[in-house]
Design a protein around this ligand. Sequence first.
Ligand SMILES: NC(=O)c1ccc[n+]([C@@H]2O[C@H](COP(=O)([O-])OP(=O)(O)OC[C@H]3O[C@@H](n4cnc5c(N)ncnc54)[C@H](OP(=O)(O)O)[C@@H]3O)[C@@H](O)[C@H]2O)c1
Length: 315
Amino acid sequence: MRRRPFPQLSTELTELSLGTWGLSGDAYGPIADAEADAVIDRAAELGITLFDTADVYAHGEMEKRLGRRLKGRSSKTLIATRIGTERTETGGHKRFDAAYLREAFERSRERIGRDRIDVLMLHNPSVVTIEAGEATGLLKELRGKGSVGAWGVSAGSKEAALAALEAGAEVLSITYNLFHARDLHAVAAEIAMRGVTVLAHSVLAYGLLTCHWGPERTFDEGDHRRDRWKPGELRKRIAQLEVVRSMVGGEVLTPRAGALRFVLSNSLVTSAILGPRSTAQLEQLMREAGNGPPYLPDKLLSDLPSKLIGAGVAS
Ligand SMILES: NC(=O)c1ccc[n+]([C@@H]2O[C@H](COP(=O)([O-])OP(=O)(O)OC[C@H]3O[C@@H](n4cnc5c(N)ncnc54)[C@H](OP(=O)(O)O)[C@@H]3O)[C@@H](O)[C@H]2O)c1
């Protein structure tokens, strides 16, 4: 698998990483423990270097699971996690004061079972939180002490991404896919200038870009997609997928491959965080990603923006 530089840790990352939100059961509904373990193990066997999680996923269970499964591979694997969501009996709420974050960091470190957290990120902070400097100050302090390898921000908007970059974040985790490219594109110059490591997530737009769904697709209780799109909006999105289907041809065997290769075509992306829920899904993505540039033909890439606009996608 190809690697891209991760200068903040003087190493390289495979251009595909494994995300664990889907494996936690929190996002897309329940998943068997054995399947979650199998996906992590297979990703490690295939040589994936970065494993991505958050302290809230399955109430910390995903951090523990990654720590356990990757124990014998700590020299070859990095774990990235996120803090800043406090779970109470009434649900989760954002908390970014330094005292809370310091405790959250210690809990994550204990669950993961490594002295150093390789990548520690703030989990979807607001612009105000980032600019206040308290939360970023704590992460910089932990980085300075060597308790954290690199620090960053998981940014939910282009404004938050920009604030994170201005605060000196070394790693930016951001949504980046064919239907939602605007946040990354808006801060591209800043990323390039600062040499920030970019982890692109939701590369399949939660599965939409696989083009597997019919117009009447519904989601079960406990699947975040049930609330994400109103029925009419989802039908509209599904109708727009013709652009993604039109990418298939030559080495691009499926729409899923086209979507993933679009992300990898952007040299600002250090690694695409995959969200497979089974080893079969993981292996499909690994097979279809391609071995290196060009991931997509130049003409297809240059025609995409106008095609997306034509289909009504405000990408
Ligand atoms: N705020 C944040 O920091 C943030 C937000 C989102 C994600 N992330 C990270 O990024 C990771 C990935 O995010 P995501 O879940 O949004 O990713 P995604 O890749 O856009 O969506 C994952 C979904 O795509 C479908 N899928 C995956 N591989 C497939 C395959 N080979 N064939 C067909 N369908 C496939 C599955 O849907 P089905 O279940 O329908 O099969 C899966 O649940 C997360 O696990 C997490 O680590 C971080």
